[in-house]
Design a protein around this ligand. Structure first.
Ligand code: HEC
Length: 355
């Protein structure tokens, strides 16, 4: 009888653990469409009634970006009204971490002042911005958005066709997903809440399939695990791989006896080329144990969860492509020259006029 209870008890515990594991690492289905390759926001400065606006200023916040114009008869007001409703579904603390920006593609009629007044009709803290035609073209093309100014009627009035989706920019300044026109506000706010709650850097956006949808996000870099992993890394790995994971500068040189100095584990090395399981095996079994310079086996020193925490911490230094590749979601040839998340942006590319 006692045995039966133990058996039942452990089965129950196992089920609970699986459930908790699923909740923690489970796949998130977003309502918005997640981009196959996230796009870094362009370093362009636009104008608002409150001064210059650049996407970089909102690092750390989520940004909802919409392209339109104030004389827009129906699509823009509905979209802005929906954005307001989506924002209202968030708690006040959550809402402070999301910024709505309305960019006018019609600078001839929409001055920054007029825009400011227009967006405030919807919500006080919405930002209305615009720029010169050239600046707007740089922004829209960077985001894959389109617009077309139609010829004026006899009264000089004209309409503007424009992309009607809302763009979501994550905390690291990457355009990661968009909501099609008419996405219910509750669905938008559910995605926003998930992104805020999991503090998910775009680098953790794991995308599946060759199309924009359906969306799978399999990896969440859980802050507590990152923290724990950092501590463990500093105690077990830093003495060889460096406090900043940069490895030994001469790591690529093969020494006379055939051994290698500790390589970097950050995005500048090759570690991300391994699958998650291979990384775990390397850490458990060590490397080149028969060589004078080697990596010791950690299987008797570190528990599996500790290794997982360390890996989570290491992954915070990898960029999107590297993470996607490591998780087997990207089958493309790895881009060794991929840009790490925190590298400064390149200077803006200015359009060269056609000869
Ligand atoms: C005593 C020094 C030492 C310690 C401590 C150490 N490593 Fe290593 N590690 C090495 C060396 C040396 C190599 C390269 C071995 C080779 O391939 O020649 C290596 C290789 C690796 C690799 C393979 C990377 C690649 O690009 O091939 C990974 C992953 C790794 N270490 C992770 C860790 C982690 C995680 C820890 C802490 C739990 C750790 N190491 C602790 C010395 C060390």
């Amino acid at each position: 009888m006692k045995r039966l209870f133990i058996l039942l008890g452990s089965t129950l515990l196992f089920t609970v653990l699986i459930f908790v594991g699923y909740r923690t690492f489970g796949v998130q289905k977003f309502n918005g469409s997640v981009l196959q390759s996230p796009i870094k926001t362009p370093p362009i400065v636009l104008r608002s009634d409150a001064g210059p606006v650049s996407f970089d200023e909102y690092r750390g916040k989520l940004v909802l970006l919409y392209f339109g114009y104030t004389s827009c008869p129906d699509v823009c007001p509905t979209s802005l009204a929906n954005l307001k409703l989506a924002m209202n579904e968030l708690t006040p603390e959550e809402a402070t971490q999301v910024q709505v920006i309305f960019v006018s593609v019609d600078p001839a009629r929409d001055t920054p002042e007029a825009l400011g007044k227009y967006v405030k009709l919807f919500q006080d803290d919405f930002i209305g911005a615009t720029g010169t035609r050239e600046e707007i073209d740089l922004v829209t093309s960077a985001f894959g958005a389109k617009y077309k100014i139609n010829p004026p009627d006899t009264n000089g009035n004209y309409s503007v066709d424009h992309t009607s989706f809302t763009i979501l920019i994550d905390r690291n300044g990457y355009y990661i997903m968009n909501f099609s026109h008419g996405t219910p506000p509750a669905e938008m706010s559910a995605d926003l809440r998930y992104l805020l709650k999991n503090n998910m850097p775009i680098s953790a956006q794991i995308l599946a399939g060759p199309t924009y949808t359906p969306v799978v996000c399999a990896v969440t870099l859980i802050p507590a695990h990152v923290q724990g992993g950092e501590w463990l890394y500093q105690h077990h790995c830093a003495q060889c791989h460096g406090a900043d994971m940069a490895g030994n500068p001469a790591w690529q040189t093969t020494l006379a006896d055939g051994s290698h100095l500790p390589p970097p584990l950050n995005g500048n090395g090759n570690a991300w080329n391994y699958s998650e399981q291979d990384m775990i095996n390397i850490i458990k079994e060590g490397r080149n144990l028969d060589q004078p310079i080697h990596m010791p086996a950690f299987k008797s020193t570190l528990a599996d969860w500790e290794i997982n925490f360390i890996l989570t911490y290491i992954k915070t230094t990898w960029d999107v492509g590297q993470l996607n590749y490591q998780h087997g979601f990207m089958t493309l040839t790895p881009q060794t020259t991929s840009t790490p998340i925190n590298t400064p942006l390149p200077p803006p590319t200015t359009a060269t006029p056609a000869p």
